[in-house]
Design a protein around this ligand. Structure first.
Ligand code: UT7
Length: 364
């Protein structure tokens, strides 16, 4: 995982708008969020999280077959952010695409990555959730500005034998609810014009209460249905790792499922809602703090704009035995990243030189 160093506390926000630390904590459970500084983007966070994932997996970037970056805040409408990740990692054998399922994006991408491996088509798939939603917030709207933060999380999926890994997946959507959480302008329906900008239509808009109602049922139902698909009873789930939108949503879903709150991984106090990054960041922290152990039955659940929801039931295998790779392997990966930077520059230069030569030849 990667989160920016810069922190915005509730008190900082109270200086910007009519809100308070007390209100935000009580109504959401959020105390702080990490936000990008100048020069940091969705791609730069995704690259750093991916490098850390490759480190934990002790993997060679050139062995990755596919990179999926789940994001609704790509660096640009095109090219895909996943291609920037592919280039920076030196993942020369990988296909790369972005997936937009808003806050459900990472869990959608995990299901897609699992299917890509299960089909036998791909051996190693890098799945990343990364978002910079603070770049799409109206900092005068206290109903949304206090909720979100920035970050990225990544996992490397590999084919493996045995009773571990992804056991069941579930994807859902209800496009009739598209208007309750949306960024109206910037797409083909409403291109970015001076008028759209003046009206702030490029900012995120949300009907908080409607999303809240949807989220509590979507979270509980998606967790229950995917467990059933995996052949598990609810009691057998060791940890639920839900999208981190609001602690009250998680508590309501826990009550609905009849599970104690301790089974749910909650870290939104520190990060707020990081959209597609929230589930992999929570997973990463849960593994690091020992909340998730090898053999555990996990249910990952995403929900958000679309409306979308997704869940994955998986048996945690644990990081590879050699979780602390040798200095040689660390150095080797570092050299691949340096080589990737040079390769990228050289290819850009070569493309420009070829274009110049073609122009000269055409003139003759
Ligand atoms: O990734 C998925 C995306 N989003 C979500 O999951 C969000 C789902 N919704 C929520 O989490 C909650 O609906 C919110 C946290 C957004 C709002 O909490 P709420 O308990 O539903 O509050 P509310 O919208 O019913 O507003 C209650 C009051 C209102 O004042 P009045 O009309 O009662 O005088 C709001 O204007 O709280 C006011 N309010 C605030 N006050 C201080 C709304 N935002 C703030 C704020 N600070 N930041």
């Amino acid at each position: 995982m990667y989160v920016p160093e810069r922190i915005l506390t509730n008190d900082d926000l109270a200086h910007l708008m009519d809100t308070s630390d007390g209100w935000i904590r009580e109504r959401t459970g959020i105390a702080r969020r990490h936000v990008v500084s100048a020069g940091e983007t969705t791609a730069s966070m995704a690259i750093e999280a991916s490098r850390r994932a490759l480190q934990v997996a002790d993997a060679d970037p050139r062995d990755i077959d596919l990179i999926i970056v789940a994001t609704s805040t790509p660096d640009h409408p095109m090219p895909p952010t996943a291609c920037r990740v592919q280039d920076a990692l030196g993942a020369t054998q990988a296909g790369a695409f972005d997936l937009n399922a808003a806050c459900s994006g990472f869990v959608y991408a995990l299901a897609a990555g699992h299917q890509a491996i299960a089909s036998g088509e791909h051996g190693q798939v890098l799945v990343v959730g990364a978002d910079t939603l603070t770049s799409r917030l109206d900092w005068t709207d206290r109903g949304t500005a206090v909720l979100f933060g920035d970050g990225a999380g990544a996992v490397l999926l590999r084919a493996a034998d045995g009773q571990a890994g992804v056991m069941a997946t579930l994807l859902g959507a209800d496009g009739s609810g598209g208007d309750v959480l949306m960024i109206p302008a910037g797409g083909s329906a409403m291109p970015l014009t001076h008028e759209a900008l003046a009206q702030g239509l490029h900012y995120l808009r949300m009907d908080g209460r409607q999303v809240y109602r949807f989220a509590t049922t979507a979270l509980a139902d998606a967790a229950e249905q995917v467990s059933r698909k995996a052949g598990w009873s609810l009691e057998e789930i060791d940890r639920v790792i839900p999208h981190q939108a609001n602690v009250r949503i998680i508590a309501a879903a826990a009550r609905r499922l009849g599970l104690p709150m301790e089974r749910f991984v909650v870290n939104l106090e520190e990060y707020g809602n990081t959209s597609a990054a929230s589930v992999p960041i929570a997973l990463c922290e849960a593994v690091a703090t020992g909340l998730v152990r090898p053999g555990d039955r996990l249910v990952l659940v995403g929900f958000g704009a679309g409306l979308t929801w997704a869940s994955v039931a998986l048996r945690w295998r644990g990081a590879p035995e050699e979780a602390v790779p040798s200095w040689y392997r660390v150095w080797w990966r570092w050299s691949i990243y340096q080589w990737a930077r040079l390769r990228s520059r050289a290819r850009r230069l070569a493309r420009r030189a070829t274009a110049a030569l073609v122009r000269v030849a055409m003139r003759r």
